[in-house]
Ligand binder design. Structure first.
Ligand code: F6R
Ligand code: MG
Ligand code: MG
Length: 379
């Protein structure tokens, strides 16, 4: 295929089964039927519907380019119809991520997470699509850095002439809505200054030095969009593999170290990101711990050949075990940091209300020690 192809991955939480843990099959069926119609009539070439935890994911190929109104409208309509199904079943949090009732040309900024890229399909085009649940945009910073910039992870950076020049990272500052392009290995330390703070600076795209797109991730921060806590971002990420990009095994390798991400219960805790099989993407323990699944596809003239469940491999068993050990240890901290997020990250929860309520009760140290304590007595 020599015409540019666009791969769009759009996801939303439009209702959980049970609670926020999983997806009801009726929603998947509804999305499947609607996208099948769009494949027969256009504009889709192919699609795959999936879920990770309580999020429904649409993986679509077409020739409409990124940010296409037709594709975004289609995804929005699917999510609206799935919301109706969710409401019929009284699923939990039906329509949760749809922050507006009316579509206005693009789902970006309206709640759903989006990762898209346009490229000319190579002779062999392996791509991996990652979906995470119970975590925030920014969870991909560390793995993307490892894949595309860390020679201890990606042997190709040292060994392969096709990758030796390094890559270019585009980083979004979510607070100021601005982006910067940084080159690796030349500006690796500058890059790490920012992306190590993954709540604010998010790797949105990675390009080869020749300008070929290698990775795209969703950068939507739901709390910033809604102005209050609605649910976690539960981001998605697309990575092209092999040749001038990291090999499949180099793309998966970062997940063998379960890094600690923001999310988990009430989006307010740190926890390890567990790489799991499709069948295990049901975060139930303390609404977690956070999960990541990986869907491998070969593209064939826009057809999605797959998915292959890439974490369905016993060599990730030790990472999963380690996740459970880390999860146990963190859980024992209960409401204490570093399990609970620091104060500035809790601004979209009830904590500011508690601060406001008690604002007048603070005084200089010892000032009130000579006064009798005002302890309410029972009747
Ligand atoms: C985290 C998540 C859940 C909910 C929790 C409370 O992303 O979705 O941990 O925050 O189950 O949910 P509500 O407030 O809907 O009762
Ligand atoms: Mg939910
Ligand atoms: Mg979710």
């Amino acid at each position: 295929m020599s015409n540019p192809l666009t791969l769009s991955v759009i996801k939303a939480d439009v209702g959980g089964f049970v609670g926020h843990s999983h997806m009801h099959p009726d929603l998947l069926e509804e999305a499947q039927e609607q996208l099948e119609r769009a494949r027969l009539r256009g504009p889709l070439f192919d699609f795959h519907v999936t879920s990770c935890g309580d999020d429904i994911g649409l993986i679509m190929t077409h020739d409409q380019g990124v940010d296409s109104e037709a594709i975004h409208q289609l995804a929005w309509d699917v999510f609206m119809n799935c919301t109706d199904v969710a409401k019929g079943l009284k699923l939990y949090g039906a329509g949760q991520d749809l922050l507006s009732s009316a579509f206005s040309g693009n789902v970006r900024g309206m709640g759903p997470g989006v990762a898209e890229m346009t490229f000319v399909e190579r002779t062999g085009e392996p791509v991996i699509v990652f979906f995470a649940d119970k975590t925030s945009a920014g969870a991909w910073n560390l793995p993307l850095f490892r894949m595309f910039a860390d020679p201890f992870n990606t042997a190709g950076l040292v060994i392969s002439p096709a990758m030796h020049a390094g890559f270019r990272f585009e980083v979004l500052d979510v607070k100021q809505g601005r982006t910067i392009l940084l080159e690796t290995p030349e500006e690796m330390y500058d890059l790490l200054v920012f992306i190590g703070a993954s709540g604010r600076y998010i790797v949105s795209h990675v390009y080869s030095k020749t300008g070929e797109i290698g990775a795209a991730s969703s950068t939507q921060r739901l709390s910033l969009l809604a102005g209050h806590y609605v649910g976690k971002d539960d981001p998605v990420c697309i990575v092209r593999c092999q040749g001038e990009f990291p090999a499949v095994g180099e793309v998966l390798e970062p997940f063998s170290m379960p890094h600690i991400v923001q999310g988990w219960m009430r989006g307010s805790h740190y926890g390890p990101l567990m790489p799991c099989r499709f069948a295990d993407a049901n975060p139930s323990r303390f609404d977690g711990p956070p999960r990541v699944i990986s869907l491998g596809f070969q593209l064939a003239n826009g057809r999605l050949i797959g998915p292959k469940d890439m974490f369905d491999d016993p060599s990730f068993d030790e990472s999963r075990r380690l996740c459970n050990v880390i999860a146990d240890h963190l859980r024992r901290h209960g409401p204490f940091e570093p399990h609970r997020l620091p104060m500035e990250e809790m601004e979209y929860t009830t904590l500011p209300d508690v601060m406001k309520k008690l604002a007048g009760r603070w005084s200089a140290p010892h000032e009130k020690l000579d006064q009798p304590a005002k302890i309410p007595t029972s009747a």
